[in-house]
Design a protein around this ligand. Structure first.
Ligand SMILES: Cc1cc2nc3c(=O)[nH]c(=O)nc-3n(C[C@H](O)[C@H](O)[C@H](O)COP(=O)(O)OP(=O)(O)OC[C@H]3O[C@@H](n4cnc5c(N)ncnc54)[C@H](O)[C@@H]3O)c2cc1C
Length: 329
């Protein structure tokens, strides 16, 4: 049997989520190091029209089940089918997204197929002998664990979103498709509908630039300053838990251990002290800019650029400069 790495994809509202491409890119790198092929299992409603595009990210073959009954993710319907593909293909490693759904699939799948799962991996290494070792954070990133699997056990792990880049290998490559011939299991409970955020706001976990405000913003209306700057930068607006607990921002804006984990190219932290629980959510951003009037604020130890200044002086002046620069381009 050909050696393969298997990924589990995430498909929602007619398209793959970005994290699927990240996982595919990372799995391709691992498959190449192992001299293996890369296969995917892809479930959803409308998924067959998109599945071949995974080829761009290095996927050789996709096992597809396209069924309206799979529109909303449910462990009871998804996991038995995924387990069946694992049984059939006997992969040498299994990767999933460490998204809400991916973590849920991973937890149930590892029990079903009797494999050890590591969740929320931020780095994977393959040594010369083909052994995979993964790094994952504990206690909100205070310490990191490195884990490996024993002989004969396929490593299975979920990758934290926004950690590895999406790498297009070949724009013209189409993955081979194979239809999964299996009935969708009848669940004991079902999702009736999702109430989606229809505000048109940029999704934090998919944003390239984030401007986030903390308790230093003082009150809800002051977030208008950050909205103005974010509008010019094409950024999403985030918040610390202190700001959310104060009722200034919705919980969907919270970044951190009990909020969202983000990894934009640029994270501008305004009036945020840099508590460990906040850093757990944004510490892997490529560039961090901190604006804080306290030169000893912990956020400065994590920041690439620091501005020690009252935010109510700095943010409007900075926004004005960005506006001028954009007008001159
Ligand atoms: C189990 C647990 C989970 C948690 N999860 C999260 C989480 O997911 N996300 C999260 O963010 N927190 C989380 N927290 C809370 C966390 O510990 C901090 O309390 C919180 O992050 C502090 O938010 P902050 O930085 O906005 O407020 P503060 O710590 O009060 O900092 C405000 C900062 O603003 C600066 N400032 C004030 N005025 C100005 C001004 N005019 N100009 C410039 N700077 C100014 C101050 O110098 C200060 O550094 C969690 C805590 C626990 C115990």
């Amino acid at each position: 049997m050909t050696k393969n790495v298997l990924i589990v994809t995430e498909f929602r509202n007619g398209d793959y989520r970005r994290v699927t491409y990240e996982v595919a890119s990372e799995a391709r790198r691992i498959a190449d190091a192992l001299g293996a092929g890369l296969i995917a299992v892809s479930l959803g409603s409308g998924v067959s029209g998109k599945a071949a595009e995974l080829g761009k990210y290095g996927v050789d073959k996709v096992y597809v089940l396209d069924d309206p009954a799979l529109e909303y993710y449910l462990a009871e319907t998804y996991v038995p089918i995924i387990a069946q593909i694992v049984e059939k293909t006997q992969p040498v490693a299994i990767l999933l997204p460490a998204s809400v759904d991916g973590r849920d699939i991973g937890a149930r799948l590892c029990g079903t197929i009797d494999v050890t799962l590591v969740q929320d991996v931020i780095e994977a290494q393959v040594d010369g002998a083909g052994k995979i070792t993964v790094k994952w954070p504990l206690f909100a990133g205070k310490i990191f664990a490195w884990s490996e699997w024993g002989q004969g056990v396929p490593p299975m792990f979920s990758m934290r979103p926004n950690i590895v880049p999406c790498s297009i290998m070949d724009d013209n490559k189409k993955a081979e498709l194979e239809k999964i011939e299996a009935p969708v299991p009848t669940p004991r409970a079902r999702v009736v509908k999702y109430d989606m955020d229809v505000s048109g706001k940029k999704e934090l976990t998919e944003a390239d630039v984030i401007v986030a405000g903390g308790r230093g913003m003082k009150e809800a209306t002051n977030y208008g300053l950050l909205e103005d700057l974010a509008g010019l930068l094409g950024a999403a607006v985030g918040a610390s838990r202190a700001a959310v607990d104060s009722g200034w921002r919705p919980h969907s804006d919270q970044v951190g251990q009990t909020g969202k984990v983000v990894n934009p190219n640029l994270y501008i932290a305004v009036g945020i002290s840099g508590a460990i629980q906040h850093l757990a959510g944004m510490g892997y951003s490529k560039y961090i800019v901190a604006v804080n009037k306290d030169p000893d604020a912990p956020i400065f130890s994590k920041a690439d650029f620091g501005v020690v200044e009252d935010l109510f002086n700095f943010v409007p002046a900075f926004t004005e400069e960005v506006r001028k620069l954009k007008a001159s381009c």
